[in-house]
Write a protein of this length. Sequence first.
Length: 470
Amino acid sequence: MISLDAGTSTDRGAVVDVAPVDLGHDAGSDLGEDIPVAADVPVDSGPACGVLGASCCAAGEACADGAACREGRCVACGERGAPCCNRATRCLGVFLCVEGSCVACGTRGAPCCAGDRCSGAGDACVAGRCAPCGHAGERCCAGSSCFDGATCGGTGFCRGCGDLGQACCPGGACSAAGSACDATGTCSPCGATGQRCCGGTTCAAGNVCRASGCAACGGPGQACCAGSMCAVGTTCLSGTCGTCGAAGQACCEGDRCAAGGVCSLGRCVACGSAGSACCAGSGCDVGAVCEGSACVGCGTQGARCCSGDRCGAGLSCAAGRCAPCGGAGQACCGGASCDPGASCVGGSCQRCGAVDQACCGGSTCADGAVCSGGSCRACGSPGQPCCASERCLSGNTCAGGTCAACGARDGICCTDPLQFPYPCENPNSCVAGRCVACGYANERCCAGSSCGTGYTCDARTNVCVRRLMP
């Protein structure tokens, strides 16, 4: 309230008696109260003071709301660049009173707004001005927050986080692979044997997460790895890897056992031999065959045939059983073979080799017979075919494939030197394949140019002539 004392004179008028007047209502100003003016007080006859564009009122250079006193006059206040108002709200909107003038606030580089506020999401009030915040090395943003990869330190500035050796990010997070937040709030290596579990649950291959950290797994006596996995030759039993696969041990994963064993009711038992279980794939040892789920002996007479229809020596597979073979009237042995004196004909062994029997092996006959047209025929006697190697019985020779008597006069010459030292009987000589008389008068000379007693061989004519007596 502005009070003008009674009896004082104004700048321009004389003292007059007036009633109390309201200086602010006619001008749209609000100075708050009526100003009592005493009677006989001189009043300024000029325009009213305190309103926008008018002179400032003398008392404290006062102006109405929405105006401020500058160089003796009331001017607009509160807007950007304008003077600050003389009221609790010194500036309008987001403007701030700085050294008597309203300036913009809250933007990066500008003064901070009231309450140290800044308008940018990534800005904070630093030494009275809005500056970037939230990144490593910058001041923490509102609420002690920082952008990803940084955390708010005790000094109010953001520092890098999440990498090995750095502080853990909010929520105990670490960004580096193979790291986890330790008890000191630092990202340290994790996942290997003896280290912390990554993420509280994960370890590197060959390890499993336990309350104490990562422990080796998979080996004999160690904990089973994730998925109940164990190293080759071991299996997971009640959470621990134990040896497996040998006879009497637990079956390995997939019901596998070592060679010579098969999984039965979760345990490995010996397999393959006669009387034991069949091995994987219905396999059995040599001399045994899988029947049902057990190996039984095979290959002996009366027993089942072995794999591939095999049987022991002298036996052949017939209707799944091993039976004698090779003898006359029996099945042919493997490879269509039969005992000596028998030949395989249509899968059955038949006697062979004798006269009027089939040739053995398609070409062989006994002594005294020769194979002709698949059958054995008598040979060696006069009029019969020659035997093998063109042989004939004693006293006969092979001539044109047929045996005939030889050596006699006017007969054929003998041709088998093993039987006959001379091709013709004495006194005969072989001439043009036939035996003729020799050695005597007017006869051919015998073998070796010899002649009978009293005769000599004429070398010119190869004829025996009487020897002249001396």
